[in-house]
Design a protein around this ligand. Structure first.
Ligand code: SAM
Ligand code: SF4
Length: 331
């Protein structure tokens, strides 16, 4: 069954946030002064509840699920949950977004549980700078996590780099150069105005994708092969002689709403129709009130119909204080 929204887009991808907690505190995602407390145990959906919703989503037309957070690897029992999802009939792909801190010790069991793709966030290769961005001295753990993910067969490991002007933009060339040595996909992402970032004002920190691209040596000779030009929202290419690929994700400069295929489920049981819209559909209340599978499937249909045509973030110059922080949405 296909899930089609009111603008004719096929919705087949669900991102499930299993927690808003995290073992890092990236300044653009979870500023310490946001004043929003974390969810408590009772507010967060149990794995059984998440599984019932995933089952309903697949029945509605979802075929790809990504587990995210907060940091999904910090929630106890997440490998067992992946195992449950890994054998869900009709689900073709089970992906994971992680900060990689615990990846080295979990990569093997995640692969065995049926996870087939991983994205790891890595904004810098400098230990002190990593600590400045994330509030924690964990760069070595993340690098070990990426290596281990590669070693157990997650091919390619995708590395997400949020570029922050004046903080890590001087490392763009070095991060892109990782693709000479490794088969990784290094994707540069424009900073989005979710929260008042710790490092300064959004307008000063935001670097448009055009400026990011100009920092990459030999980009003019990069190869954009057939089928490679896009990969979800990322535009991909290969630097001459590289083993991996580089990609660009520009939610601000090149919005990709026309091909958006996704819904999001927050850890507290709300379907979000767009990363940037405030519209949320409460699925936890009906679920806990005993809704049938059919009724849950209907909620996914409703969510698809409520998807806006596009976001208007490029007109936004500062964070919206009513917006949930990224860690509480599930990036
Ligand atoms: N903890 C995991 C991680 O860091 O990959 C998964 C959740 S995190 C919210 C998902 C992605 O959102 C990360 O790649 C992170 O860099 C990105 N992100 C968070 N806040 C952002 C912002 N303000 N602008 C752009 N990307 C952001
Ligand atoms: Fe945690 Fe990921 Fe947000 Fe960083 S980006 S604070 S690792 S949830």
């Amino acid at each position: 069954m296909a899930l089609i929204d009111s603008f004719g887009r096929r919705i087949d991808y669900l991102r499930i946030s299993i927690t808003d907690h995290c073992n890092l505190k990236c300044g653009y995602c979870m500023p310490v002064f946001s004043g929003r407390p974390h969810l408590n145990h009772v507010e967060i959906l149990t794995y059984e509840e998440l599984y019932r919703l995933a089952e309903a989503a697949v029945c509605a037309g979802i075929s790809k699920i990504r587990i995210t957070g907060g940091e999904p690897l910090v929630r106890k029992g997440m490998v067992e949950f992946c195992n449950m999802l890994g054998s869900l009939p009709g689900l073709n792909s089970l992906a994971l977004s992680t900060n990689g801190v615990q990846m080295a010790k979990m990569a093997d069991s995640l692969k065995a549980a049926g996870v087939n793709r991983v994205n790891v966030s890595l904004d810098t290769l400098q230990r002190k700078r990593f600590e400045k961005i994330t509030g924690c001295d964990k760069l070595e753990d993340v690098l070990a996590g990426i290596q281990e993910a590669d070693a157990v067969g997650f091919h390619p490991v995708k590395i997400n780099v949020v570029v922050i002007r004046g903080v890590n933009d001087d490392e763009i060339a070095q991060l892109a150069a990782l693709t000479y040595q490794h088969e990784w996909h290094v994707r540069f992402i424009e900073l989005m105005p979710f929260q008042q970032a710790l490092f300064g004002d959004y307008q000063d920190l935001y670097m448009p994708i055009g400026a990011i691209i100009k920092r990459i040596p030999h980009i003019k000779e990069a190869h954009v092969g057939p089928g490679l030009a896009t990969n979800g929202p990322a535009r991909m290419c290969t630097l001459p002689g590289a083993n991996g690929k580089i990609g660009f994700i520009a939610p601000m400069s090149w919005h990709f709403c026309g091909s958006c295929n996704r819904l999001r489920l927050t850890a507290d049981g709300k379907i979000r129709t767009c990363l940037f819209a405030e519209t949320e559909i409460d699925v936890k209340t009906p679920l806990r009130a005993g809704a049938s599978k059919r009724e849950l499937v209907e909620l996914f249909y409703d969510a698809a119909q409520a998807k806006p045509r596009r976001h208007h973030l490029s007109r936004v110059l500062r964070p919206n204080p009513r917006q949930r922080a990224m860690h509480a949405i599930g990036g």
